[in-house]
Write a protein that binds this ligand. Structure first.
Ligand code: SF4
Ligand code: SF4
Length: 244
C-alpha cells in the first residue's frame, strides 16, 4: 500500500495543461496550411492525392476537409502552420488560403445553453482506417481527460447529445448510421471527424462509399485531419459547446 502511494506521489499530475495552456504538439505536426504568394499551384494540384485544391474568393485555397495533411505540397510553396484550431461549423470555413485563420465564434447560444456543462457523445465508426476512432479514444485517457469538461463517450445513442462520425460512411454502415441518428433524442448534433467523414477523404471515389456524412445527416461541426490530432478535436468540442 505504501509503495503504491509512493509511486502515485512520484507520478504527479499527468494530465496536460491544455487548455488554458497551448497543447504540446509534436515537431512533425502539420496544422492549418497557408498558401504562400509564390506557391506553384499547378504543381501542388498535380501532387495532391485527394483533390483538395479549391478556390476561395477567386484565389487558390486548400479545402482542409479534403486534405489528408500528407505535406506533399509543402515543396510547392505551401506552409503548414502550427495552427491546431481548424474545426468549423460550416464547410466553406474549412477552405484555407493565404490569410491567417480566425477561429469562428460559437454563435449558437442554444448549444452552449444545453451542452455548456456536459456533452455526451455516441461515436459511430462508419468505415475508414480506424485511426480517427483511436485518436478520439485518446481523449479519454489520463493525458487529455476530456471528462473533466463533462465530455463523455456513451454506449447508447439514447443517452447521447451528439453523434461523432468517423470514416467515409461505407454502404454497409449507412443503415446503422441512420438508425443511430434516429434513436437519439432531439435536438441532437452531428460531428464529422476526419477527412473521410467530412469529404470522403482517400475513399471519396470508391463505389462502396455512401458519404460523406453531410450527404446523409445535417452536420453541425466539421473537424479536419487525417486523423485529427487530439488537440484539434478537443479544441473543436470545447469551442462547439462554448467553453473555449
Ligand atoms: S497536404 Fe493536403 S493539399 Fe497538400 S498534397 Fe497533401 S492532401 Fe493535398
Ligand atoms: S480521415 Fe484518415 S485517419 Fe481518419 S479514417 Fe480516414 S483515412 Fe483513417
Amino acid at each position: 500500500m505504501f509503495e503504491m502511494l509512493k509511486a502515485r506521489f512520484f507520478q504527479g499530475y499527468r494530465t496536460g495543461k491544455f487548455p488554458p495552456a497551448a497543447p504540446n504538439l509534436p515537431d512533425h505536426f502539420c496544422g492549418r496550411p497557408q498558401v504562400e504568394a509564390h506557391a506553384d499551384i499547378e504543381a501542388a494540384r498535380a501532387l495532391c492525392p485527394t483533390h483538395a485544391w479549391c478556390e476561395k474568393a477567386g484565389a487558390p485555397a486548400i479545402d482542409t476537409g479534403k486534405c489528408i495533411f500528407c505535406g506533399k505540397c509543402a515543396a510547392c510553396g505551401v506552409t503548414f502552420t502550427r495552427e491546431y484550431r481548424m474545426a468549423a461549423m460550416t464547410r466553406e470555413k474549412l477552405f484555407a488560403d493565404a490569410s491567417p485563420y480566425t477561429p469562428e465564434e460559437q454563435l449558437d447560444r442554444g448549444i452552449r445553453k444545453m451542452c455548456g456543462h456536459s456533452l455526451k457523445i455516441r461515436q459511430v465508426s462508419a468505415g475508414g482506417c480506424a485511426a480517427c476512432e483511436l485518436d478520439f479514444n485518446v481523449l479519454n485517457t489520463l493525458a487529455w481527460d476530456m471528462g473533466r469538461f463533462g465530455i463523455q463517450a456513451v454506449a447508447s445513442p439514447r443517452h447521447a447529445d451528439a453523434i461523432l462520425v468517423t470514416g467515409p460512411v461505407s454502404r454497409n454502415m449507412l443503415l446503422a448510421l441512420k438508425k443511430t441518428y434516429e434513436a437519439m433524442p432531439k435536438p441532437c448534433w452531428v460531428i464529422a471527424s476526419g477527412a473521410c467523414a467530412v469529404s470522403g477523404g482517400i475513399y471519396a471515389e470508391s463505389p462502396d462509399v455512401a458519404g460523406p456524412v453531410d450527404k446523409i445527416l445535417p452536420v453541425d461541426l466539421y473537424v479536419p485531419g487525417c486523423p485529427p490530432h487530439p488537440a484539434v478535436l478537443l479544441e473543436a468540442l470545447l469551442r462547439f459547446i462554448g467553453r473555449m
